[in-house]
Design a protein around this ligand. Structure first.
Ligand SMILES: *Cc1c(COP(=O)(O)O)cnc(C)c1O
Length: 408
């Protein structure tokens, strides 16, 4: 007799984006002539850059001729891409071996899958608010305990709010694993060098693994603060941290799919030196590799010309974020993030809770944000806005938001 995984069964439906979609659909039905502007879902809108398109076309042609056809590739990714990525690290003074880089079709799946290497009773901590993948994947593996108003009883939440500048506090009792995302989704804030150093030292002292999600590294503005692009910029991090990166936000690959994890051979947390080999074993068993065509496109995105073109696109999103920050600040809102990340994390005004503010903006401005409470208990009283819309839509949304708040 089949018995289903009880931990999955207990997860329930993903409430947040379903509820948003439901409310937006209702608004559209009631206001068929109103153009709703979405600043909710974190997806890019600008097309792929010419350099990437050219590489895709060339790789398609490779597949059409027997001399250059590619079948199954190496599960870990083609050396041409792993070497290109190692060179990018080297350009920042970080020495990463191509052998420690694992190419995949997404950071979301890597982040979700990696916990398979941990024992069932592993204690997991996350910053709160949080990218839900870290929490849900551990709950599916049975580490969640029971769901309460304050989140999952088995997960440790480290509150990150305006009061602590969105810097997670050090837990008195160290967890076995900590997920850190910098620049952060959803708060849009980034951890500076001294904070990351302190976390690496904490991990070394306590035998804790850091799962470092750097999906938004490309948004770091080096002219503003000292924000490491990689956790491996901190000496010793290669012994305690795995790093996850993606071409999704850096090169607009959300629909194309390419990412990578750095799992150093030197990783040795609490005497466990085998995570690199275990991840290789896991990937070769359950994964057959990112498509050749896509890896060629990713390689092109890493070329000097590709970097220049993708940075031009990021500049568009960055200037959206700047406009949003300025507009909201002038309206008297407390706004965080939006400098090193395409997200703005906004305190809800007039004592509205997250969902009330969401509904207010939808009804009065036809603008969609994401209620902060959907990202964890400490997200209540905030809303997330993304800077991924077109410049025209961003301008229009800010003008509507201004009118709505001024007449509220
Ligand atoms: C978008 C995003 C990623 C990247 O996910 P992909 O699967 O590579 O598209 C990873 N982490 C966070 C926090 C994200 O927001």
């Amino acid at each position: 007799m089949l018995r289903i995984n009880p931990h999955y069964a207990r997860m329930g439906k993903s409430y947040l984006f379903a509820e948003i979609a439901h409310r937006v659909a209702k608004f559209r039905a009631d206001h068929p002539d109103t153009n709703v502007i979405s600043m909710g879902i974190g997806d890019v809108t600008q097309p792929l850059v010419p350099c990437v398109i050219n590489a895709l076309h060339a790789a398609v042609d490779d597949m059409g001729s027997s001399e250059t056809f590619h079948g199954y590739g190496p599960e870990q990714g083609y050396p041409f891409l792993r070497e290109a990525l190692a060179l990018e690290y080297a350009a920042r003074g970080v020495s990463i071996s191509p052998d420690d880089i694992f190419i995949s079709d997404g950071a979301k799946c890597d982040l979700g899958n990696f916990q398979e290497l941990f024992a069932p009773e592993t204690t997991v901590a996350v910053t709160d608010p949080v990218y839900p993948v870290y929490v849900d994947s551990n709950c599916m593996a049975g580490r969640g305990g029971t769901w309460t108003e304050q989140g999952w009883s088995g997960i440790r939440y480290l509150p990150c709010t305006a009061e602590n500048n969105f810097i997670p506090p050090f837990p008195e009792i160290a967890p076995d694993v900590l997920y850190l995302c910098s620049p952060n989704n959803p708060t849009g804030t980034a951890l500076n060098r001294s904070t990351l150093e302190a976390w690496v030292h904490y991990a070394q002292r306590n035998g804790m693994l850091i799962m470092f999600d750097a999906a938004y590294e490309c948004f770091i503005d080096d002219s503003q603060d000292d924000i490491p692009h990689s956790i491996y910029e901190i000496p010793g991090a290669e012994e305690v941290a795995v790093e996850f990166r993606s071409f999704s936000k850096s090169a607009g690959f959300t629909g194309l799919r390419c990412a990578f994890a750095v799992v150093p051979s030197r990783l040795n947390v609490g005497g466990n030196g085998q995570l690199h080999d275990m991840w290789a074993r896991r990937q070769t068993t359950k994964y057959n590799g990112c498509p050749y065509i896509v890896q060629k496109a990713a390689q092109a995105a890493c070329s000097p010309e590709g970097r220049k073109q993708t940075q031009d696109v990021i500049r568009i999103y960055r200037s959206n974020a700047t406009l949003m920050r300025e507009t909201m600040k002038n309206l008297g809102l407390s706004v965080y993030g939006g400098v090193h990340a395409p997200y703005l994390w906004v305190r809800t005004p007039q004592h509205m809770n997250s969902w009330e503010f969401f509904q207010f903006l939808l009804d009065r401005a036809a603008v969609v944000c994401t209620p902060g409470s959907g990202f964890g208990p400490s997200g209540e009283g905030y809303a997330r806005f993304t800077a991924f819309s077109s410049p025209e839509s961003t301008l229009e949304a800010m003008s509507r938001l201004s009118s709505a708040l001024k007449t509220a």
